[in-house]
Design a protein around this ligand. Structure first.
Ligand code: URA
Length: 208
């Protein structure tokens, strides 16, 4: 599985600001948007382009245009919505496919409770967005949904990932690509990433 820890100075700086205890909702949200945009830049480096001739201000010239599979952004409810604006800033024409996954209290297994996907998923590159790749149960369920809909090119963008979660995704879906601003140390006994960001959903939405 391709795993890219994007160690760009801007990303490291912004993630450091997000890790401060007491960071405000406004700052956390803005920084999540900015880091999501920078991760998008990295995750789209391999998009295919084709040359075309246009009429420029000084006459005809050859320019590049993105071609091939169209992108759908896939925020996983709820926290994934916090990264959506940053990805849309970079790819304003992308379609958005929303998925909701929650843990069944009895079986502790992730269960999909909402799915509204773009059309022609077989012809799209899916960019899953979720701030935290922790145990990976949610991500694996989301990838299962996308593959069931015919999607064959799937990338995941995360602010922070845990080594345990990365190992689980690799075992379940070795064909996807992961882009993260940081691979942190480990999960704690409650499934939170250390040092991590705390509850990213609460920080994005200002809930407790
Ligand atoms: N979800 C979060 O919001 N934070 C974690 O550390 C793990 C899962």
């Amino acid at each position: 599985m391709k795993i890219v820890e994007v160690r760009h100075p801007l990303i490291q700086h912004k993630l450091g600001l997000m890790r401060r205890a007491g960071v405000s909702t406004k700052d956390f949200r803005e920084l999540a948007t900015e880091v999501a945009a920078l991760l998008t830049y990295e995750a789209t480096k391999d998009l295919e382009t084709a040359e075309e001739t246009i009429e420029g201000w000084a006459g005809p010239l050859r320019v590049h245009r993105i071609k091939g599979k169209k992108i759908t952004i896939v925020p996983i409810l709820r926290a994934g919505l916090g990264m959506l604006p940053g990805v849309l800033d970079m790819i304003p024409s992308a379609k958005v496919s929303v998925v909701g996954v929650q843990r069944d209290e009895d079986t502790l297994q992730p269960v999909a409770y909402y799915e509204k996907l773009s059309g022609r998923m077989d012809q799209r590159i899916a960019l899953i967005v979720d701030p935290m790749l922790a145990t990976a149960g949610t991500l694996i369920a989301a990838v299962d949904m996308l593959k069931a809909a015919g999607c064959t090119r799937i990338k995941g963008l995360f602010l922070v990932a845990a080594p345990e979660g990365l190992a689980r995704v690799e075992a379940a879906h070795p064909d996807i690509e992961i882009y993260t601003a940081s691979i942190d140390q480990r999960l704690n006994e409650h499934g939170y990433i250390l040092p991590g960001l705390g509850d990213a959903g609460d920080k994005i939405f200002g809930t407790k």
